[in-house]
Design a protein around this ligand. Structure first.
Ligand SMILES: Cc1cc2nc3c(=O)[nH]c(=O)nc-3n(C[C@H](O)[C@H](O)[C@H](O)COP(=O)(O)OP(=O)(O)OC[C@H]3O[C@@H](n4cnc5c(N)ncnc54)[C@H](O)[C@@H]3O)c2cc1C
Length: 381
């Protein structure tokens, strides 16, 4: 991707072209703001392009549901907005439990989530087996979110990038930002090679790599980076419509899976890999796949017969409270953050872009995001 014109000043510079940066650039253009997006590699190449693909509101902390509901509306309108549906399937998300504790957690969540606009259907063992004959026999309860689903992450970030470009954004790929500085009323963003770009507003959307830049602005965050462990099977006839996840209080026992229409079953969960932020590498451990297999077979016994054709991981930033950093800087007017999505940013991504564009353009948001303010770490980081 490239961009129109050589004009070096724009209203906004977005640093980082994951789903957060790309969708913010798109929605800023929709509001008529000029925007330059600068991405070190390719748009949607990192976490946003290699994630599991859950489009899941169920299970989110209640404080995220308004944002997640807003994002859901955008997922529904993807073809109209960005010209493609990114293999988004609104086929539901089913969470299952094996014991009384897990069942209690599912029922409590279903009760609480209703007040936040998320209706869930609780299903006992009989109903589950009637609807989903492929489920394992140990499951005692299920909670279905009929309006959740899944999508193809490889398609989504680039689709927002192309749509932003088409709407007039400047998209600089293979361009690493070296420094962001406040100079007078503007920010100056320096890239490798020496060029500098100016803008009165900057959004830092550099995912797991955002911490040191925020710290340089006097806002350190206790973010840690890890790589969720993924895999995919050979294709088999398409039967598993909802995305499925296990609700358990046992650490390391959570697994999830979804079948794409071509037939492959994508899965993840269990342990998280170590990452090297400097080398931009994550090293998936084979033993984590071995750890996943019995857990997956408990949910879906039939998976035992399938060959695994690929495993992978990706680099994600996790906050101690599992909530992102999203909103204005507490130190500098014109500086904004959207990072640290803690393993759950894909579904809310388009909503984050819409909300960040609204915040940058108007100074306020119609969706509450105060819980994600970077100032919550001011005393602790
Ligand atoms: C394996 C895996 C599975 C996941 N599964 C799910 C899921 O099923 N559902 C869900 O909702 N979420 C999931 N997530 C989380 C989700 O993918 C992330 O929260 C989300 O993609 C974060 O988007 P982002 O734009 O903040 O970060 P990223 O996609 O990482 O984008 C940040 C971008 O900033 C760029 N960048 C960094 N430094 C610089 C620099 N100096 N100059 C220029 N550019 C720079 C990077 O190259 C990168 O492209 C998963 C994550 C992983 C890794």
């Amino acid at each position: 991707m490239t961009g129109p014109g050589n004009n070096k000043a724009t209203d906004v510079i977005v640093v980082g072209g994951g789903i957060m940066g790309a969708s913010t650039a798109f929605f800023l253009r929709k509001r008529g703001h000029s925007v330059r997006l600068i991405e070190r590699g390719l748009v949607g190449q990192q976490a946003s392009g290699v994630n599991f693909g859950n489009i899941r509101r169920q299970g989110r902390n209640l404080v995220q549901l308004p944002l997640s509901n807003r994002a859901r509306g955008i997922w529904e309108r993807l073809p109209e907005l960005v010209g493609e549906n990114c293999e988004y399937l609104c086929t539901g998300q089913l969470r299952v439990s094996y014991d009384a504790e897990g069942a209690e957690d599912l029922e409590t969540y279903a009760r609480d989530a209703r007040e936040h606009g998320l209706d869930l259907e609780i299903l006992g063992p009989e109903a589950l087996r009637q609807r989903y004959a492929w489920l394992g026999p140990d499951i005692v309860l299920g909670s279905l979110a009929p309006q959740d689903g899944h999508a193809n992450p490889r398609l989504t970030g680039p689709a927002f990038g192309r749509a932003a470009l088409k709407a007039g954004a400047i998209i600089e790929e293979n361009t690493e930002v070296l420094a962001v500085e406040k100079t007078g009323d503007d920010f100056e963003v320096q890239i490798v090679g020496g060029d500098r770009f100016r803008a009165p507003a900057v959004l830092l959307a550099t995912g797991a790599w955002a911490g040191p830049v925020a710290a340089r602005f006097g806002e350190p965050v206790p973010m840690v980076s890890r790589g969720p462990h993924m895999g995919v099977t050979e294709p088999v006839p398409y039967r598993i419509k909802p995305s499925v996840g296990v609700k358990t209080r046992v650490p390391g026992e959570t697994v999830y899976l979804r079948q794409v229409e071509r037939g492959n079953i994508v899965f993840g969960g269990g342990m998280r890999n170590e990452v090297d932020l400097e080398a931009i590498r994550v090293y998936p451990k084979p033993e984590y796949t071995l750890h996943q297999l019995p857990l997956l077979q408990r949910v879906l016994p039939g998976i035992e017969k399938l060959r695994i054709i690929r495993v992978w991981s990706g680099i994600e930033g996790y906050m101690p409270d599992d909530q992102p950093v999203m909103g204005p800087s507490g130190k500098l007017p014109g500086l904004y953050y959207a990072f640290g999505f803690s393993g759950a940013g894909f579904q809310i991504g388009p909503g984050v872009g819409d909300v960040m564009a609204e915040l940058i353009a108007t100074g306020a948001t119609s969706t509450p995001i105060e819980a994600f303010d970077i100032r919550r770490f001011a005393a602790t980081a």
